[in-house]
Design a protein around this ligand. Sequence first.
Ligand SMILES: [Zn+2]
Ligand SMILES: [Zn+2]
Length: 366
Amino acid sequence: MRDYYEVLGVDRGASPEEIKRAFRRLAREHHPDVKKDDPEAERFKEINEAYQVLSDPERRAHYDQFGTTQPLGPNRRGEGFGPFEDIFDMFFGRQPGAAAAARSEAERGADLRYDLELTLEEAASGLEKHVEVTRLDTCPTCFGTGAERGSAPEKCPTCGGAGEVRYSQRTIFGSFTQIGTCETCGGAGTVIRNPCKTCQGLGRTETTKSLSVKVPAGVDNGMRLRLAGEGEAGRRGGERGDLYVFIHVRPHAVFERRGRDLYCSIPISIVQAALGDEVEIPSLDGPQRHAVPAGAQPGRVMTLRGIGMPDPRGGRGDLHVRLDVHVPTDLSAEQRKTLLEFSRQRGEHVKPQRKKITDKVKELLQ
Ligand SMILES: [Zn+2]
Ligand SMILES: [Zn+2]
């Protein structure tokens, strides 16, 4: 699927006017009703789809937030708008049929996003997290009807419950009978004379709910968990939206993660590097004793199989340990003598240098 902004050739911060202007220009260029099987029709469909999403503040926000096209879950809105209706909309600013959709169709609650930050240890072990989510829930006083207890929504007197009104309009193209949303009831077909005091007649109230999220072991940045039905309450009997928990794993002081593998480095002395040794290696399972082979070169990487990150699909990655050979900078006179003797035995002709003042200062600052 192409990026909607790209389709309309506008940038992400484009104003509604800019989006409308871009759509009108493109719609004129790719007008589809010239021929039936015009390849332009496909292009127009794409332009139309992009416009339908970006011109609706709610759907645009959803698209911006979730990065994909709007249906994260099943969504009844946004379907069935043909190109001709939009041509109509372009000239007259209203959509026939929109009122009918608003009246009769249950509206699914919005999907919600929760950003969950985890430590690497938490991501590795998996856990159950309690999160607080503020969302619109069905009003507990009126059970979503919006009417005060003991009363019920009444049939709208303007449209007689149809939710839409017909009126004629004279335009340069001739006379049209148009169907528009009833302004008295906003298309609902009912009016509330005695609105519920808890929700002011909206049928939904903002509540904060504590939810428990089961985080599987091995989750990584960019993954999201879906909690079906934990989004906002729907309207007019519509189903609830979903809650998407986006995972963020904090950087770790010791381990760097790449997929299911972990990387770290450990300091060893030149003597350990030359002679080999048994060293302690940090791991998520606690410190591990491991042999460093004799003659290990600086930067050498040892791989410890199966103690990296767990894979949510099963198995476990590796831990790669880089050997960081530290050259001593604080030699005593005795140690210098020993090293010189050592180099003499190896037939090297070393001319020891005095430390520069600047280097000494750097060391002190470290
Ligand atoms: Zn209420
Ligand atoms: Zn009405």
